[in-house]
Ligand binder design. Structure first.
Ligand code: PSU
Ligand code: MN
Length: 307
């Protein structure tokens, strides 16, 4: 087991070896496994995400907390524990110290996964969708810590944009304010997760993993932009969720949120669960497809960046 001299992180055996040998590594989050995908599919999907990274020639490092220890590269027993145990906390960056002190089991969000990955020297991360600005944010102030964390964390995050459960336009404005780089992968439109096109334009499009690796290199060499780079990877149009079904499900989900008084960190898991049940699994299939495509692209970026 290769312990980092600077940080209290436990590395999985394969990740420790890859760090030693300078082989490409892709960070993966555990909140989508514990809180974003329904059981029992979540564990199977978690393993498939890791296989997609391997298929692209990189080593997967799923990140989470087990018994108060931060783990980079959960082994299969740890992964299955976080996928199936009750009482697995949803951990953002601010939760990490107290969760460690109390010996908690926890799944890391995009924010926490990015921060831990960067501390472990991992530069590429694949997820499904980012957190962002919630629709009622002007009243509730509910904006995901994913955004402010990416402002200060040097990592490339491959995602399919943000779900339309959020205020997409406000999220893009905040990313601009926070200085987070956003590029479309072969598109100038920001993807809307389940749907290919959120309706918002992007300033930049890149064509290849090599171009993304070049941007990461430029960031390092310039030493100016010290934060995240979002690679927005849309689903092909013929694989998206039917937009009419999408809009209907979203409207119902938002009404249920208000009716049940769901707020704070429970909002995102609540809406995701609603989508999966209300579309009878169709949104789940689309969700899985998105994550696997992102994992594969992240693997190719990590390989290009290591070359
Ligand atoms: N968006 C999704 N699926 C998810 C999440 C976001 O489409 O599972 C998870 C991610 O882990 C993200 C977190 O970091 O929810 C954001 O939660 P919050 O809005 O409470 O910050
Ligand atoms: Mn929130």
């Amino acid at each position: 087991m290769n312990e980092s001299p600077r940080f209290d992180i436990q590395y999985g055996a394969e990740v420790a070896a890859a760090r030693r040998d300078g082989r490409p590594i892709v960070a993966l989050e555990s909140t989508i496994v514990s809180h974003g995908l329904p059981r029992p599919d979540n564990l199977r999907v978690a393993r498939e995400i890791e296989s997609a990274v391997r298929g692209a020639g990189a080593v997967p490092a799923t990140i989470g907390m087990v018994g108060g220890r931060l783990v980079v590269g959960l082994d299969d027993a740890q992964l299955s524990h976080l996928a199936t145990a009750d009482g697995v906390a949803k951990l953002s960056v601010r939760d990490l110290p107290v969760a460690a002190a109390l010996g908690a089991d926890g799944a890391t969000t995009v924010a926490a996964t990015s921060a831990v990955a960067a501390a472990a020297g991992i530069g590429v991360f694949a997820t499904g969708g980012l957190g962002g600005v919630h629709r009622e944010a002007s009243q509730t102030f509910d904006e995901s810590a994913d955004l402010t964390t990416l402002a200060r964390t040097p990592i490339a995050v491959v995602c399919a944009g943000v779900k339309s459960i959020l205020d997409v336009g406000a999220t893009l404005e905040r990313l601009e304010t926070l200085g987070v780089t956003v590029v479309g992968y072969r598109t100038r439109r920001f993807p809307g997760f389940f749907i290919t096109d959120s309706g918002f334009d992007l300033d930049w499009s890149v064509e290849s993993p090599e171009q993304i690796a070049a941007a990461l290199r430029a960031r390092r060499e310039q030493g100016v932009q010290g934060g995240g780079l979002i690679v927005a990877n849309p689903l092909p149009v013929d694989e998206q969720l039917d937009p009419a079904l999408h809009d209907r499900t979203l409207a119902d989900g938002l009404a249920m949120l208000a009716r049940d008084g769901v707020t704070g960190k429970a909002v995102t898991p609540f809406l995701l669960a609603h989508f999966h049940s209300a579309t009878e699994g169709r949104s789940l299939a689309v969700n899985v497809r998105i994550i696997l495509r992102n994992a594969e692209l992240a693997g190719r970026i990590a390989v290009a960046a290591a070359a």
